[in-house]
Design a protein around this ligand. Structure first.
Ligand code: NAD
Ligand code: TYD
Length: 336
C-alpha cells in the first residue's frame, strides 16, 4: 500500500486526482487534508467518499500539530501538495493569504515530511512561475523564474523552498509545473466555467483587455496522470513541465463556448484588463515526454465539449456555489 497525503483534495484538480486514482487503483491509501476554503467542495468527492482507501480530514496545512498527527497516524510515505490559494484575481484583491498558505503552509508540510522521512514529496506548481512570454518561445524547466502576480510569486517561493529542502536536507522532492487546466469541478470564477455559466444564464461574458492573452490548455485528467507518473517515477530534485501544446487566446475560448451553447457573440463584453496580466503562457513538455513517457491523451475539441456539457448537466453543483456565500464576491468582482 502507498499511504499518500493529498492536500487540497477538495479543490478542482485535487478532487479530480483522488476520484481518478481511487477509481482505478487499490494500492493507494489516500488521506485528503483540506481546509475547505471557498474553493474546496466535498460534493466533488461524492464518488470517492465511501472508498475504503480514503479518509477526509478538514484542516489547515498551516496546522503543524495536525499535520504531524496525520503523518504519524497514517504512516504517510508520499505527499502531493495541491493545497493553495490558487486564483490570480483574488491574489490581486488581497495577497497575504496567498503567502501564508502557499509559502508558510508548504513549509509546514516540508518540515513534517522531513521529520517522518517520507519517500517522495510532489509539489504541484504552475507554469505561471515563469512569468509571461512574448509571441514566440516556450517555457522549459530552465527558464528563469519571473512571476508577476502575488499568486505566481507565492508559488515560485514555494518551489524554491521545496528545492532548498532537497539540496540542504536531501528531502525527496519533485516539482511539476503545469499549464492552465480545464474540466469538471473547476471553481466558477475561472475563465472556462465562468464563460459557460454566464452564457447559460444569458449574462455578459467579461473578457479582460483585448482578449488576446494566450493560455496553454490541458484537460485535468491529463495533468493528473502526469502527476501520478511523476510521483511514481519522477527523479528527485527535478522539475517537470506539464502541458498539452494547446495554445488558445481568451477570445477564441469565449467564442467557442458561445458557439457550442448556441448563444450570440453579443454577450461578449470587453472589460478593464487585469493588472499585471501575463500575455502568454506556453509549455515545452519534452522532458516529461521523453524521460517518463507521458503524453496527453485527450484531444482539446472533445474534452472541451465534454467539459461544457458537464457544466450544463451539473447546474445544481455551480448554482449552489454562486447562490451561496460566494454571491457577494462574484457580483462585485465582475460588476455584471
Ligand atoms: P483550487 O483553488 O480549486 O483548490 C485548492 C484547494 O486547496 C481547495 O480545496 C482549498 O480548500 C484547499 N486549501 C486552500 N488553502 C488550504 C490550507 N491552508 N490548508 C488546506 N487546504 C487548503 O485549486 P486548483 O485549481 O485545484 O489547483 C490545485 C493546485 O494546482 C494549486 O497548487 C495550483 O497552484 C496548481 N495549479 C493549478 C492550475 C489550474 O489551472 N487550476 C494549473 C497549474 C497548477
Ligand atoms: P484564469 O482562469 O483566471 O486563469 P489564470 O489567470 O491562472 O491563467 O484566467 C485565464 C485567462 O482568462 C487569463 O488570461 C485571464 C482571462 N480572463 C478573462 O478574460 N475574463 C475573466 O472573467 C476571467 C476569470 C479570466
Amino acid at each position: 500500500m502507498k499511504n499518500i497525503l493529498v492536500t487540497g483534495g477538495a479543490g478542482f484538480i485535487g478532487s479530480n486526482f483522488i476520484n481518478h486514482i481511487l477509481a482505478k487503483r487499490d494500492d493507494y491509501f489516500i488521506v485528503n487534508l483540506d481546509k475547505l476554503t471557498y474553493a474546496g467542495n466535498l460534493e466533488n468527492l461524492k464518488q470517492s467518499e465511501n472508498n475504503k482507501n480514503y479518509r477526509f480530514i478538514r484542516g489547515d496545512i498551516m496546522n503543524s500539530e495536525l499535520v504531524n498527527y496525520i503523518f504519524e497516524s497514517y504512516n504517510i510515505k508520499y505527499v502531493i501538495n495541491f493545497a493553495a490559494e490558487s486564483h490570480v484575481d483574488r491574489s490581486i484583491l488581497g495577497s497575504q493569504i496567498f503567502y501564508i498558505t502557499n509559502v508558510i503552509g508548504t513549509n509546514v508540510l516540508l518540515e513534517t515530511a522531513l521529520k517522518f522521512k517520507i519517500e517522495k514529496f510532489l509539489q504541484i506548481s504552475t507554469d505561471e512561475v515563469y512569468g509571461s512570454l512574448g509571441a514566440e518561445g516556450l517555457f522549459t524547466e530552465s527558464t528563469p523564474l519571473s512571476p508577476n502576480s502575488p499568486y505566481s510569486s507565492s508559488k515560485a517561493a514555494a518551489d524554491m523552498m521545496a528545492l532548498a529542502f532537497y539540496h540542504t536536507y536531501g528531502l525527496p522532492v519533485v516539482i511539476t509545473r503545469c499549464s492552465n487546466n480545464y474540466g469538471p469541478y473547476q471553481f466558477p470564477e475561472k475563465l472556462i466555467p465562468l464563460m459557460v455559466i454566464n452564457s447559460l444564464n444569458n449574462k455578459k461574458l467579461p473578457v479582460y483587455g483585448d482578449g488576446l492573452n494566450v493560455r496553454d490548455w490541458i484537460y485535468v485528467i491529463d495533468h493528473n496522470k502526469a502527476a501520478e507518473l511523476v510521483l511514481e517515477k519522477g527523479k528527485i530534485g527535478e522539475v517537470y513541465n506539464i502541458g498539452a501544446s494547446n495554445e488558445m487566446s481568451n477570445i477564441e475560448i469565449t467564442k467557442l463556448i458561445l458557439k457550442r451553447l448556441g448563444r450570440s457573440e453579443d454577450l461578449i463584453q470587453y472589460v478593464n484588463d487585469r493588472p499585471g496580466h501575463d500575455r502568454r503562457y506556453a509549455i515545452d513538455s519534452t522532458k516529461i515526454r521523453t524521460e517518463l513517457g507521458w503524453k496527453p491523451e485527450f484531444y482539446f475539441e472533445e474534452a472541451i465539449a465534454k467539459t461544457i456539457d458537464w457544466y450544463i448537466e451539473n447546474k445544481s453543483w455551480w448554482e449552489s456555489i454562486i447562490n451561496g456565500e460566494y454571491r457577494n464576491y462574484y457580483k462585485t468582482q465582475y460588476k455584471l
